[in-house]
Design a protein around this ligand. Sequence first.
Ligand code: SF4
Length: 367
Amino acid sequence: MKKVRHVLGISGGKDSAALAIYMKDNYPELDIEYYTADTGKELDETYKLIDNLEVYLGKKIIRLTGAPNSPELPFDHFLKMYGGYLPSSNARWCTKNLKLAPFEKFVGNDPVVSYVGIRGDEDREGYISKKSNIQSIFPFRRNIWSEDVISRMLANSNISATLALYGTLEQSSKSDRYIELLKTPLSTIFTLSQKLNQLLDLGVKEFNRLVFAFLKNSQYPLATEEYFPLVNSEDILIRKDIFNILETSGVGVPEYYKEIEFEINGKSSTYARSRSGCFFCFYQQKIEWVWLYEQHTELFLKAMEYEKDGYTWIQDEPLSDLIKPERVQQIKEEYIKRTDRKNKTQSPYLLDILSEAEGEGCASCFI
Ligand code: SF4
């Protein structure tokens, strides 16, 4: 039987970097392979973060590439293959070829546990791969298990098997409430997430032990492991914890997250970039394009060079239009209005305002 591999992808973003540090500090017994899939088009700050992390982890971060034998940088290699057709949220050939394919090649058919840095204050799943030999674990969340595991274990068709399994667990006292919850079928008035959360409310470790026992009779990679230390974790890490980990470890927060002041019509505000990824990523917001233009003009101009034959990064707005002074002013004014509104009601973090679509994109590029 093949040994289970433990892998952790570093996207260059804050959450995966913090996860690598957290795993090294808290689970040194796990022999984790760290990797990053390089598009060749990241910001310098991202490459610096990866170098800093390597020092902290005391381990090489394996560099994966989608086009290992090409003389061109990976993104440019595939762009040529796609005839200059720029990727977009509806045609994300970049993530598929530059992130997911190299990752799947790297793990092959080995049973793999892949650690993903979705935080405890996020409500998303973080799709990485649908291959059955890859099992995702989310150490920062109260529920560390992936949705597919939970929906199988708590399926109505599995109620009696789960009850029997619960009966075999060594618990000091079996709870009647727990049994009642396990017995209650899912329905329109008792959803999977309600059942999950109510079970977790009764005890996270207890729930984890139950899931681990359930996995024993499955095809998931963890079926073959005698022991999985995260079963005993009750940690929940949110945004402020991530910044704290990066700062106290000395690895540091990537420069592009730092807020920079600007002024427009006598009103001052701050902007930054909200996430890692290629400097020209089509997921960035217009204010982030303005940030790129003003803070990394040479990269903005390079992004402009890619806009040929009618292909643009933003639908219906070439970058040459976006940097017209009146348009830059308008984008900044709209951004200030939006941040003013949000500041009154929501999070104090600029990142939350910039990355309101944080759930968009994919775990491979931005976490
Ligand atoms: S960062 Fe954006 S452009 Fe780069 S691979 Fe990911 S989705 Fe594509």
